[in-house]
Design a protein around this ligand. Structure first.
Ligand SMILES: Nc1nc2c(ncn2[C@@H]2O[C@H](COP(=O)(O)OP(=O)(O)OP(=O)(O)O)[C@@H](O)[C@H]2O)c(=O)[nH]1
Length: 410
């Protein structure tokens, strides 16, 4: 589990950092006031990352950063002043980055930087460069930013590695490489990995600015001109990864039902359409609708109704954890049972239905049991529209019968 340690002696700054951390960091964050307290925390817990003030009353000369780094904790430094001497000192120490505390936005930047570094943690990156020295340098710099890094000596090798590993999220590629240069590599990679799925930063030598622009035209997200400063490299990588994360967040929220955390209707339709393309797989589509749900809203209020929906969603997830589940309407859910015959599906759905009748929800602090009606149909060799229509018709029949039952469309 990821954990962050913040060491800051100013009460006001600590308060600001606490506020921003609760907003941006979804991990445990401990706050220490001094080097001594910092040592105590490190004895107790393992930290993924430390954000430390360079000057503390009991550590005036950056000893806290030296201490966290000596304990192998990747460290970002907060400093109220910066000059070439301090900068060099910090780079030599091996801190990931430094943030100058000169306005409120710096704290914002610092916490967002920590958030991005936590996202980088274990994220795969690939460096493609024919120079072993350059490769080792960039590998080291990326590892400092918590990436898990592999490297390739030319474009062809890099392309092969990217084809084999869709988990690689960042590619740094030089332009001049034997067998396949950086442009060819970027063009080839973009045929199967989009800009929002794999970030690419192109590198070119000094005085070749035209090359940088062409990198972008061929599909790179950004570029760097060699030789680059440590900070420039760091900022470019961070900014590019932050954009990728933002797009991932937007995509995630576009496909998620905010109330229950399940997939939403949009996701479900796209998923089912994709599934139907595989003609060899027999799947079953089930539509589940809570019986007399309106009674919950009417008796206990809309908020209690929301709470009930969340509990039913959680129950569904626990029982069909290998299947795609979505909330496709108010109190209506869809489940796709993969590689299942219609008879098997009917039996599984009946078991679920019976288990739900035994499951006690908590509504307005009281136990409450509810039931669902289910319509199901084969999702194989049909159009999605026709499968939805059949399942809907079966669900209607289930409602017309006694409810709390499964009807299969023939
Ligand atoms: N609390 C809450 N209620 C919702 C939500 N979406 C839809 N509903 C309510 O769900 C209820 C659905 O009512 P009906 O369509 O009459 O269905 P029902 O009461 O479940 O009856 P049957 O389906 O015929 O068994 C309505 O009262 C909607 O307002 C939601 O997100 N939250």
């Amino acid at each position: 589990m990821q954990r962050v340690l913040v060491v800051e002696d100013s009460k006001v700054v600590q308060q600001v950092l606490r506020h921003l951390s609760s907003h941006y960091l979804d991990v445990v964050v401990d706050f220490a006031w001094s080097l001594e307290q910092c040592k105590g925390f490190i004895e107790q817990s393992n930290y993924t990352l430390a954000l430390v003030d360079l000057t503390l009353p009991d550590a005036m000369d950056g000893e806290v950063a030296k201490y966290t780094l000596a304990k192998n904790i990747p460290t970002v430094v907060l400093t109220s002043k910066i000059d070439e001497y301090i900068r060099q000192q910090m780079l030599e120490l091996g801190v990931i980055d430094y943030v100058i505390k000169d306005n409120r936005d710096s704290y914002h930047y610092a916490v967002k930087l920590v958030a991005q570094l936590l996202r980088n943690d274990g994220c795969k990156a690939l460096v493609a460069d024919d120079s072993a020295v350059s490769r080792a340098l960039m590998k080291g710099m990326l590892e400092k930013q918590l990436f898990s890094v592999s490297d390739a000596y030319d474009g062809e090798q890099a392309l092969q590695m990217l084809k084999e590993d869709p988990e690689i999220k960042l590619l740094l590629t030089d332009y001049a490489m034997p067998t396949m240069d950086g442009f060819e590599l970027v063009k080839a990679v973009r045929n199967f990995r989009g800009r929002d799925d794999l970030a690419i930063i192109g590198l070119s030598g000094a005085g070749k600015h035209g090359l940088s622009a062409r990198f972008i035209k061929y599909g790179a997200n950004d570029f760097l001109t060699k030789p680059f400063m440590n900070e420039e490299f760091h900022c470019r990588v961070m900014q590019t990864m932050e954009q990728l994360s933002l797009i991932a967040d937007i995509k995630e929220s576009a496909y998620r039902d905010h109330l229950t955390g399940l997939n939403n209707r949009r996701y479900f339709y796209q998923y089912a359409q994709r599934l139907l393309k595989n003609k060899n797989q027999t799947n079953v589509l089930a539509l589940l609708d809570i019986d007399f749900f309106k009674n919950i809203n009417d008796s206990f209020g809309h908020e209690a109704g929301d709470h009930a929906l969340k509990q039913v969603a959680g129950f569904l997830k626990s029982k069909f954890n290998d299947s795609a589940i979505a909330r496709i309407g108010g109190e209506e859910f869809a489940v796709v049972l993969n590689n299942t015959s219609i008879d098997e599906a009917e039996s599984l759905l009946n078991t679920f239905r019976e288990q739900l009748t035994q499951f006690e929800l908590t509504i307005a602090e009281q136990p409450y049991c509810l039931t669902v009606s289910i319509g199901c149909t084969s999702l194989h060799n049909v159009s999605l529209t026709s499968a939805m229509r059949s399942a809907d018709k079966a669900l209607y029949q289930a409602k017309q019968q006694q409810r709390n039952c499964v009807v299969t469309a023939i």
